[in-house]
Design a protein around this ligand. Sequence first.
Ligand code: 5GP
Length: 206
Amino acid sequence: MKAARRGRLVVISGPSGSGKSSICRAICRFPGVEFSVSATTRRPRPGERDGVEYRFRSRREFERLVAQDALLEWARVHDNLYGTLRAPLERALRRGKTFVLEIDVQGAQTLRAKGVEGIFVFIAPPSMRDLRRRLVARGTDTPAVVERRMRNARREMRHAKRYDRVVVNDDLSRAIAEVRSILGLRASRRTGRGASSRARSRRRVA
Ligand code: 5GP
């Protein structure tokens, strides 16, 4: 009998504004690549749908997931809780998929500490000045929030050396091509229906 092909786990982290969501969105359009839809206690932003960008849960429901050991890792990020569900991950790996986790540096550290195997990729902005410019240009945050994101970013940047690869997002298409090459994704991308992303079109994982 032919042995089942085991999938692989890809961890992508990087400061807010580094472009990691856009990179994940592009990568998850390749055949055989799936996005890990995290559980979170944060409120949905306009346009976000439960089960697509995130699984939006109450604090109580999230604590129940923790108590049931349903999360492979979880962390508090910007006053909200976020966690990776074990079941979809195990299902994807059994099916031979490349399963992409877009998680923060604490989550990546937890996975490393647990000895979870995977490819750990850190997305870095070309400079802190550039990061501030991008956060301001996004126009979604107040100046105080931008400052908080900058402080978090400085802290997160110190973790970059613990990742297998650091990709500097100086140009989005180039950075996507670099991550594609790291993951060896060559086949043509899916287009239209079925394409996915965290920010707008994450694929639903049942
Ligand atoms: P946002 O609320 O802006 O979508 O995400 C905030 C941060 O939480 C980002 O750095 C994102 O990568 C991180 N994050 C999202 N899901 C998870 C998760 O399941 N675990 C951990 N540790 N971090 C997560």
